[in-house]
Design a protein around this ligand. Structure first.
Ligand code: SAM
Length: 324
């Protein structure tokens, strides 16, 4: 096992009081093990497909499967034909909180959508009548559109807006808003990817502040009795539990939702209903997720003029890019 950096040792000490947990965490990041590939079925699974799968976990959405062995589903023709989307099981972990929402979802807005994993999870698992997929970074919109089209989510509405613009134009319009936030990306280490600066205080502060700004805008989009799902793929509490604490204080009309099915993943770093998948679980590279419920507020319809003007069109008879 390579020597862990000082920063990693410091983070491990902050996260875990028990030495065995610290060691397992450090080992998962310094000597990453291969993870079982997982797929989200976006079209009905062919009846004659004989891929061996791992037994589903109790909270695993029925549309997701983990494949046994060293299969590479991204290279199979079914992938190109849009039968499924390949995703890290950590994404499935975060998306699985959506199962705790009992009400049907009419309008869902994914504020940080590219390359499209959580949008497609929402589309398949919750089947909203309107799915708005927003990606602020223009050059990432192309991959988002390509994935939505490949998987058949042709009615998704793709936008390329700053969340502040959406908050202004589409207030109180969604039953569900997703903020799969840009973060310091520490969990990439558990996939063997180097992430320079991912433990640095400046990186953590910058990301935490950006997440707060996105969440503040997201809050304006959620209508009364609606939900907000916040997730990251990093371990630092400054970006996760502490952002949630800040959010609840700043927006008291929201409260955290306890998801009983995920009890075993309750973060030991807070009393709030925050859920963590640690890399040493062997299930995924790591994830953080919390679901918020808005108990007070207004309801408004979508601003159709705004959508008509700014959406990227996915249907083949139209262009794939907006005219602006
Ligand atoms: N949800 C995606 C999925 O499941 O495939 C992954 C989202 S990724 C973790 C975070 C996304 O947020 C990136 O696509 C990034 O371009 C976008 N982003 C970066 N800065 C942002 C900002 N200030 N506001 C909103 N999104 C931002």
């Amino acid at each position: 096992m390579p020597e862990p950096s000082k920063s990693l040792l410091k983070l491990a000490a902050k996260l875990f009081a028990v030495e065995g947990d610290r060691t397992a965490f450090i080992q998962a990041l310094t000597a990453p093990q291969p993870l079982a590939p997982s797929i989200l079925w976006t079209r009905p699974k062919p009846a004659d497909l004989d891929w061996p799968t791992l037994p589903p976990l109790s909270w695993q959405p029925s549309q997701v499967e983990r494949l046994e062995g060293d299969r590479r589903p991204g290279q199979h023709p079914l992938h190109g034909q849009g039968y499924y989307y390949c995703l890290d099981f950590s994404s499935v972990f975060a998306a699985s909180l959506l199962q705790a929402i009992a009400d049907p979802i009419e309008v869902a807005i994914d504020l940080c959508a590219a390359p499209g994993g959580k949008s497609l999870c929402t589309w398949v698992m919750r089947q909203p009548q309107r799915l708005l997929c927003n990606e602020v970074v223009r050059k990432r919109v192309k991959i988002l559109i390509a994935n939505l089209k490949r998987c058949g989510a042709m009615d998704a509405i793709v936008l390329n807006q700053d969340p502040a613009v959406l908050a202004e134009q589409l207030p109180y319009s969604a039953q569900l808003v997703l903020v799969d936030a840009p973060c310091s990306g520490q969990s990439l280490l558990a996939k063997g990817v180097d992430v320079p600066g991912c433990f640095h205080k400046v990186t953590l502060n910058r990301n935490a502040n950006r997440q707060k700004r996105i969440l503040a805008n997201a809050a304006q989009l959620v209508q009364a009795q609606g939900y907000l799902l916040y997730s990251t793929c990093t371990y630092a509490p400054q970006e996760n539990e502490q952002v949630c604490q800040w959010f609840l204080k700043r927006f008291p009309e929201f409260q955290g939702v306890s998801v009983q099915a995920m009890d075993e993943f309750q973060s030991h770093l807070t009393a709030l209903p925050c859920y963590r998948l640690w890399p040493q679980s062997g299930l995924g590279a790591g994830a953080f997720a919390m679901l918020f419920h808005r108990h007070k507020g207004s309801r408004q319809s979508l601003n159709e003029d705004f959508l008509a003007q700014w959406q990227f069109k996915l249907h083949p008879k139209n262009s794939t890019t907006s005219s602006h």
